[in-house]
Design a protein around this ligand. Structure first.
Ligand SMILES: [Zn+2]
Length: 414
């Protein structure tokens, strides 16, 4: 290659380091609420990387700071993972990081490689590289390794952004974007629909009312609803999925007393949580059966002993394509990677539901790996992506600071 950016060349020199850090993280299981070991590993990595300040905040997320300038940027990647599912589906040990020559520079396999341990490994080392190559006087760069994202996206980051560090100018998420610049995802709600029946001995079912039978038309209407939801060119369509079904019954020789289904409803642009909930309440079969429709609540205690809770309602968010954070993200591609990057959106949900969706803080994403591997038994991250992401993370703060300066000069209206 004729020209190689100094950022890419410097990141390449740290390839071994970032691969080894990702290996350590994959080797350290970190289900939601059990992230303590991985948080401590990252805390050490930040201290070794020359961060000015490193601490574990009360809910358990690890936070590092570089610099003290007026432009505040938060890099966030979550450190928890989902469980492994069926072990038989895995070609490799999910907690034994395995490098396979699947693509040019090799691919790391193991739980969390794509979601989101590749992100936090390259963010922490990319921030250290930014420090090594020369930090911008105008920037305070925060790096957050957030907890419990897999169970309640946005909860831990919202806590950090409201209680722990000052409100930043921009949040950058390290969720997998195939090293492109993402700027939105669909929101969602989690809902239960419960039907009450009348329990009786199963030998004489006519004496009671079986609520499971009344679920059948409700389920059919939910399935039909899925193909009839809001559409959006950028974020994709709204969707609804039935994710669990249960009933309460005194015995296998009794008619159940209640029947419940759980729904995961994804909200595209123009769909609000309140309207989506009401839409389910208004389904004819739900009304006919007198169904009770409720938004679920999340509440878990962190490994630190602190408990947070919130309704399971997550806002749809999009940062406009012409926002200067998005422009800075694309320009960083040219500066650090000698590449024109594309913009896009995630199919899954991210901590952006809190940072942009709830708090209105402009948010973009740039991360190694591909989200199609997330939560699967072929969870993996290309090693070249780790190096590319490090280079981008190292270059971005100065590029963003310059865009921010120009926006301020223009009166904040760019
Ligand atoms: Zn994730």
């Amino acid at each position: 290659m004729s020209t190689t950016s100094p950022f890419l060349a410097a990141a390449e020199r740290h390839r071994k380091g970032v691969v080894s850090l990702l290996g350590d993280l994959v080797h350290t299981p970190s289900l939601s609420t059990n992230e303590e070991d991985v948080v401590n590993r990252l805390r050490q990595e930040m201290l070794d990387g020359g961060f000015d300040e490193v601490f574990i905040e009360p809910f358990g997320s690890v936070v590092g700071r570089i610099g003290n300038g007026p432009v505040n940027i938060v890099y966030d990647s979550h450190v928890d993972t989902v469980a492994i599912g069926s072990r038989g589906e895995w070609q490799t040990d999910p907690f034994e990081p395995t490098i396979r020559p699947d693509a040019g520079g090799g691919v790391m396999w193991g739980r969390g490689s794509s979601d989101d341990k590749g992100g936090i490994a390259s963010m922490v080392q990319g921030a250290a590289l930014y420090n090594e190559l020369g930090r911008s006087e105008s920037v305070t760069l925060w790096v957050v390794g957030s907890v419990q994202e897999e169970e309640c996206d946005g909860l831990a980051l919202e806590h950090v952004l409201t209680e722990v560090i000052p409100k930043p100018d921009l949040v950058v998420l390290g969720e997998a974007t195939r090293c492109q610049v993402y700027r939105g995802n669909r929101g969602r709600i989690e809902v239960l629909v419960q039907l009450k029946g009348s329990s009786c001995h199963a030998s004489a079912p006519d004496r009671g009312v079986n609520p499971v039978y009344h679920l059948a038309p409700v389920i059919a209407e939910v399935e039909a609803l899925n193909s009839n939801l809001g559409k959006d060119d950028f974020l994709g369509s709204g969707s609804v999925a039935l994710t669990k079904i249960e009933c309460e019954t005194p015995s296998l020789n009794a008619v159940p007393s209640t029947a419940t289904i759980y729904l995961d409803r994804r909200l595209t642009a123009g769909e609000s949580p309140e309207e989506a909930l009401e839409e389910i309440r208004q389904l004819p079969a739900v009304k006919a059966a007198g169904g009770d429709v409720q938004l679920l609540t999340y509440e878990r205690t962190s490994f630190t002993g602190m408990t947070l809770s919130q309704p399971k309602s997550f806002s749809t968010w999009v940062t406009p394509a012409d926002h200067y954070g998005v422009k800075a993200g694309l320009e960083t591609g040219r500066v650090a990677l000698d590449k024109e990057l594309a913009t896009g959106s995630w199919v899954f949900s991210t901590n952006g539901v809190a940072s942009m969706g709830k708090l209105g803080i402009p948010t973009i994403g740039f991360g190694p790996g591909d989200e199609v591997h997330a939560h699967t038994a072929h969870d993996q991250c290309a090693l070249d992506d780790l190096v590319t992401a490090m280079a981008w993370y190292a270059a971005f703060p100065a590029v963003f600071a310059e865009h921010s300066r120009q926006v301020n000069l223009a009166g904040g209206n760019l």
